[in-house]
Design a protein around this ligand. Structure first.
Ligand SMILES: Nc1ncnc2c1ncn2[C@@H]1O[C@H](COP(=O)(O)OP(=O)(O)OP(=O)(O)O)[C@@H](O)[C@H]1O
Length: 232
């Protein structure tokens, strides 16, 4: 059975429909890449999964149970962990306080667990949120979400604006975490070839619809057809 199943989801903001009748599923431990040009609805898909965008029609299931009407907090409780594109670090809290805000009792990760994953956060634990580099902010945003013990991690352009060496470090950490903890990942990313190497499967969106999907290795082998949907 799929961990997350989305059935004919139509979603958007106010009156505006952004996603149309989108269906997809993610299994336990699977990594799904979401590709597409700017403005095609990739972030909206993440936001709709977290109840931050409006659902106009369709169903969302978790472990086979309908969660379409649950609030964001209830979805976090189920094990959905969203790392927003803007990172949303609390600037006036320290690194440690940012992490503790999200801590879930009895969860898989505590502070020490996060510091093992991201030793740099331990070094910076007394720094205020607004005194961090972009890479450290991203580590903190991911660490904070891990504190909620997700079974599915939703990553919205996690490598945006980061130096290549930091991107490499983060990619390795994420893949190691996934191997060790077995959670699933949905990752939105602009650098299509890189993310196809990391992921198991991928979907390509255009104007709120899935226009191409398949195993990442196969899409990588025939990258021309993916590229066609990504070039302006
Ligand atoms: N809060 C909002 N209210 C109204 N419309 C929005 C809102 N957020 C996004 N949109 C619109 O929804 C459409 C899809 O945006 P979305 O951010 O999901 O695209 P995206 O594929 O993630 O793009 P990008 O790669 O630029 O982040 C765009 O036309 C955008 O203007």
């Amino acid at each position: 059975m799929s961990l997350l199943e989305i059935e004919r989801l139509t979603a958007g903001y106010g009156e505006a429909v952004v996603l149309e009748e989108m269906s997809l599923s993610v299994s336990e431990g699977e990594c799904l890449a979401v590709l597409g040009r700017n403005g095609v609805g990739k972030s909206t898909l993440m936001l709709a999964i977290m109840a931050h965008a409006a659902r106009f029609a369709g169903r969302l299931r978790w472990d086979g149970h309908d969660f379409s009407t649950l609030s964001t907090n209830q979805r976090v409780g189920l094990g959905l962990g969203w790392v927003p594109q803007e990172r949303e670090i609390f600037p006036s809290l320290t690194v440690e306080e940012n992490l503790l805000v999200a801590h879930r009792r009895g969860g898989r990760f505590d502070l020490n667990g996060i510091y093992e994953v991201f030793p740099r956060l331990k070094q910076r634990r007394r720094n205020m949120g607004d005194k961090l580099s972009g890479g450290e902010q991203q580590m903190l945003a991911i660490g904070r979400t891990l504190m909620t013990s997700p079974r599915l991690l939703l990553l919205d352009e996690p490598f945006e604006g980061l130096a290549p060496v930091i991107v490499e470090e983060l990619e390795e950490t994420l893949m190691r975490l996934r191997r060790d903890s077995g959670f699933a990942i949905i990752i939105v990313e602009q650098r299509a070839e890189d993310v196809l190497r990391l992921s198991d499967r991928a979907i390509v969106l255009d104007r709120g619809k899935i226009v191409l999907e398949g195993k990442s290795a196969e899409l990588l082998a025939d990258f021309e057809q993916v590229h066609r949907w990504l070039s302006v």
